[in-house]
Design a protein around this ligand. Structure first.
Ligand SMILES: Cc1cc2nc3c(=O)[nH]c(=O)nc-3n(C[C@H](O)[C@H](O)[C@H](O)COP(=O)(O)OP(=O)(O)OC[C@H]3O[C@@H](n4cnc5c(N)ncnc54)[C@H](O)[C@@H]3O)c2cc1C
Length: 402
């Protein structure tokens, strides 16, 4: 057993690395255990909301981040057959935030930047190819079991952050519940190289339809100018092989986008979507953050952003505890603040967004559309709506909890 005095972070995804950077900025030493050999490059979260950009500014990486990416001030609600019925301009929040736009940047660019920033940081040790199989609470520490360097190691740490993603070993081994449900369909995600702005799309569009609803997102890519992601529902009982057949993907794109052409497809994949939140984010010496603590469908782009908000909130409180500024009750507060918004805001809004897009009853669909159209023309309601959808309200709500 090795006794390590540093804070252990399990998982070097965007949430774990943001936790490490925040701790380091406060002068607190930590070690990150990451199971993979290198950071993930998968197609995942790709849009940042204003409060997340404000966090990156406080961490000193905003200007590097802003050299990449796309600013998307205006987003749309569309009906697959009738087109745009509401448009929202984040520019109306310009007096509230310095970042009145969504910032589109695939999360692996953020992870690479975090990695570059951390790699020579004396406060942070990064251990790749280090798979944490379990973490168990003791009285004033927690013990990690780690497969690394060809063997099994046991490390005792004063505090452990579980930021090891949706399938978190930390969460499972330490006995946190993960309550919620799994949607009855899969998501089919495709990236196409096609200038969708020529069809009137702004950088983000939510397209409603009882069968063929979609989330459409312009992706930043440093080698391709016109790369768009289309996320669509797919039946659970159809195999991935048939869903991903080239002709089947083309047929879905034609139906969803309404243009009869051969789309240049750069990527396609499927994934299952869940709505789950851990019963607490803090137990003994172990804290959960990011996907390890909560997962939701991607409509609204809350998952990654919420995880970064967790990381910044948690790491600052953990630094206060480490530096003797606060007692452990600060970590209890972290759990209450972030779990409350995960349940009350993120789960509620992401479920509502998805259900509105896929509503089947024609009368309800018409009423929903009329309501959103009317809302988009009322400046007071637009402001409230944008504060919610850009997660500014959720960060404020968390801060009010004491
Ligand atoms: C297809 C897709 C699209 C998405 N789109 C959006 C979007 O548009 N907007 C949005 O906000 N969110 C989106 N999300 C969600 C977003 O990707 C996640 O919320 C985000 O990745 C969470 O970051 P994380 O660091 O908590 O977890 P992860 O990114 O999953 O990172 C966890 C890390 O922990 C490591 N790890 C796992 N197990 C262990 C172990 N036992 N020991 C050590 N390390 C371990 C993993 O290798 C990984 O590097 C999407 C997700 C998917 C799958």
């Amino acid at each position: 057993m090795y006794d390590d005095k540093r804070i252990a972070i399990v998982g070097g995804g965007p949430v774990g690395l943001t936790t490490a950077l925040t701790l380091s900025r406060r002068g607190v030493p930590c070690i990150v255990y990451e199971a993979a050999e290198e950071i993930a490059k998968e197609q995942r979260g790709a849009a940042f909301h204003p409060p997340t950009l404000e966090i990156f500014r406080q961490l000193g990486i905003e200007s590097s981040l802003m050299k990449m990416g796309l600013r998307v001030p205006v987003w749309q609600m569309r009906d697959r057959t009738d087109g745009v019925y509401a448009e929202f301009d984040l520019g109306t929040l310009a007096e509230i935030t310095d970042f009145p736009f969504r910032y589109h940047l695939p999360q692996h660019y953020l992870s690479s930047l975090l990695l570059d920033t951390l790699k020579d940081d004396p406060n942070v040790e990064l251990c790749f190819s280090s798979n944490v199989s379990s973490v168990n609470n003791e009285d004033t520490s927690a013990v990690l079991t780690i497969a690394m360097d060809g063997g099994e190691r046991f490390v005792r740490s004063p505090w452990v952050v579980g930021s090891d993603g949706a399938h978190s070993n930390v969460r499972k081994s330490a006995g946190f519940d993960f309550e919620g449900f799994t949607w009855r369909e899969k998501f089919l995600v495709t990236n196409i190289e096609y200038p969708l702005q020529e069809l009137g799309y702004t950088g983000t569009a939510y397209v409603s339809d009882p069968e063929d609803w979609a989330a459409v997102l312009k992706l930043y890519d440093d080698t391709r100018e016109h790369l768009w992601r289309i996320a669509m529902p797919a039946k659970l009982d159809v195999s991935d092989d048939s869903l991903l057949e080239a002709e089947s993907v083309q047929a879905r794109l034609r139906k969803t986008l309404g243009v009869d052409m051969e789309y240049p497809v750069a990527y396609s994949g499927t994934y299952r979507v869940h709505q789950r939140v851990a019963d607490t984010f803090f137990k003994g010496r172990i804290m959960l953050a990011g996907d390890a603590a909560h997962i939701n469908n991607p409509i609204g782009g809350f998952g990654l952003n919420g995880g970064i908000h967790d990381a910044f909130n948690l790491a600052n409180k953990l630094a206060d505890v480490w530096l003797g500024i606060s007692g452990e009750e600060a970590l209890e507060l972290y759990s209450r603040q972030r779990r409350t918004v995960a349940v009350e805001v993120v789960q509620k809004n992401s479920i509502r967004n998805k259900q509105a897009m896929e509503e089947r009853d024609p009368d309800v669909r018409r009423r929903n559309k009329d309501a959103m159209r009317a809302l988009s023309r009322d400046p007071v309601k637009v402001r409230e709506f944008l504060l919610d959808s850009s997660m500014i309200s959720s960060v404020r709500r968390a801060a009010e909890i004491s």
